[in-house]
Design a protein around this ligand. Structure first.
Ligand code: GDP
Ligand code: MG
Length: 465
């Protein structure tokens, strides 16, 4: 019996086959979605929903769709692409630091006090400020003072610089070099994560010149962003603690510190940059200067000059730091060279520290910092909402997306599917009527037209084969 029906059905192979809705598992829009439509709708939902919800939805779609390949594809698309986009959730981070830990050991850095500190500093109130004695010892004192005068003239009372980067790249050494005094501890070897996430130093200038006196320099040194104890992975706990410590503090410039004398950007570097973006938001890179330490290279690889080596290294790092939505819209990340070593060559005329390309790095760096401060009026202020979590940020879009999908399904998709079904049924009727006439002419008994349910079952068998 099935065989004869099979033959009948195969005769009308080019006619669209009916699918009675009463026996087919239905989804919310009456079934029959094309894979493109489903992927589209699912993509919209996936952007606005949380990861667990996305996984559940994937499985739901897998169930209603009834096709293993299709369902698995959606599950993968959802979990891998959108899961990656959303990044890890803040709650998942393993905190390496106890909440409310006293960072500087003087009770100033707990969460509440830190926020108050940010507000106070913005209002111009000093907080544990010491005179910048190291300035008088800096060989570059006069140039640095001239540059900082522009900042003061522009109405800034304080210049806040945050240093970020892996451990051992020279962040703490750079703080000491900039201030001209050993204020933070420099460590040659790092076997375990730092006990402190941030170390804040505030100095005020008092050189007897009213054009600059009173200006404060605030340097925020941070611990390494990788976790040496966890096999060199991103130290999410440290990042979260840094974020908490700088919450509400106006950051004028971020120095992203790395070494010049390296030839590649490895996966850990990329992961750290992605983690910084995820934690602080993309906007942090708009206030960032790339600072490359170990710049007094004695030797560069054969076949390259110092300049081409520097260009290559900067290009490598710029390539992985997100600056704008599209590569061609990116403004290049400013970059400066640094040499913290005491063996850095000196300009015999003025005592300034020099690099192999004859530039004076400290003056160059301060000049770049001042340019950035003067170019952009709005300082960076960390706010947890900046954290790049599309699933969180666009959650408010959820009702709109669902409404749009319901509208799309009811007003466009369903009428189109119904019209198509009616068309198919009309063709079916015509085919069976013609067949009936042909058999009648030949004196045969009328053809046996299967019920809709039986036709659909046969069609499923045909599909499975
Ligand atoms: P941090 O972990 O990023 O704070 O790195 P540190 O400032 O503690 O420096 C780690 C090691 O690198 C120390 O031994 C420093 O003396 C050395 N160092 C840092 N910057 C430079 C540099 O520009 N040139 C040279 N030659 N050594 C540096
Ligand atoms: Mg350090």
């Amino acid at each position: 019996m099935f065989n004869s029906q099979w033959q009948c059905l195969s005769v009308r192979a080019d006619a669209a086959r009916p699918k009675p809705p009463e026996v087919r598992p239905t989804c919310c829009f009456d079934g029959g979605f094309s894979s493109t439509t489903m992927v589209y709708m699912f993509a919209m939902l996936a952007v606005v929903l949380g990861r667990a919800t996305r996984a559940a939805l994937s499985l739901f779609i897998f169930k209603i769709n009834g096709s293993v390949g299709h369902g698995a594809y959606l599950v993968l698309l959802n979990l891998r692409v959108f899961g990656k986009m959303a990044g890890p959730r803040r709650e998942d981070y393993s905190y390496a630091y106890a909440d409310g830990e006293d960072i500087e050991g003087d009770g100033q850095q707990d969460d509440g006090a830190q926020q108050a500190e940010g507000a106070e500093l913005d209002a111009g109130v000093a907080d544990d400020v010491q005179p910048w004695t190291g300035l008088t010892l800096l060989p570059e004192k006069s140039d640095v003072t001239e540059l900082l005068k522009d900042v003061h003239k522009a109405g800034h009372k304080q210049l806040t610089v945050l240093l970020l980067g892996k451990s051992g790249v020279g962040k703490s050494s750079l703080v000491n070099s900039l201030l001209g005094e050993p204020v933070v501890r420099v460590q040659a070897f790092k076997l375990q994560a730092d006990a402190e996430a941030t170390m804040t130093i505030v100095r005020h200038i008092s050189v007897g010149d009213p054009e600059i006196d009173g200006l404060r320099i605030k340097l925020i040194d941070t611990c390494g962003l990788e976790d040496p104890e966890a096999g060199d992975t991103v130290n999410w706990g440290a990042l979260s603690k840094i974020a908490e410590d700088i919450r509400g503090v106006s950051i004028d410039v971020v120095l992203y510190v790395d070494r010049l004398d390296l030839y590649r950007v490895d996966p850990l570097d990329k992961a750290i940059i992605a983690a910084v973006t995820h934690t602080f938001g993309r906007q942090i890179w708009c206030r960032t200067i790339l600072a490359l330490t170990h710049s007094a290279l004695m030797q560069v690889p054969p076949g390259t000059s110092y300049d081409s080596f520097v260009d290559g290294r900067i290009r490598l790092l710029r390539g992985v730091i997100p600056r704008g939505p599209l590569p061609f819209l990116r403004s290049p990340l400013p970059a400066v060279l640094v040499e913290n070593s005491e063996t850095c060559p000196i300009n015999k005329d003025n005592g300034h520290r020099m690099l192999p390309d004859d530039t004076e790095w400290l003056v160059g760096m301060v000049s770049e910092v001042v340019d950035l401060v003067l170019a952009r009026r709005q300082a960076y202020k960390y706010n947890p909402r900046m954290t790049s979590k599309p699933s969180q940020r666009f959650r408010w879009l959820l009702p709109l997306v669902i409404a749009a999908e319901i509208f799309f399904g009811r007003r466009l998709l369903r009428p189109a599917l119904l019209a198509n079904r009616h068309r198919v049924e009309a063709v079916e009727d015509a085919v069976w009527s013609l067949r009936w006439q042909q058999r009648n002419v030949l004196g045969l008994h009328p053809p046996h037209r299967p019920s809709k349910e039986a036709a659909w079952r046969l069609e499923q068998m045909y599909d499975d084969d």
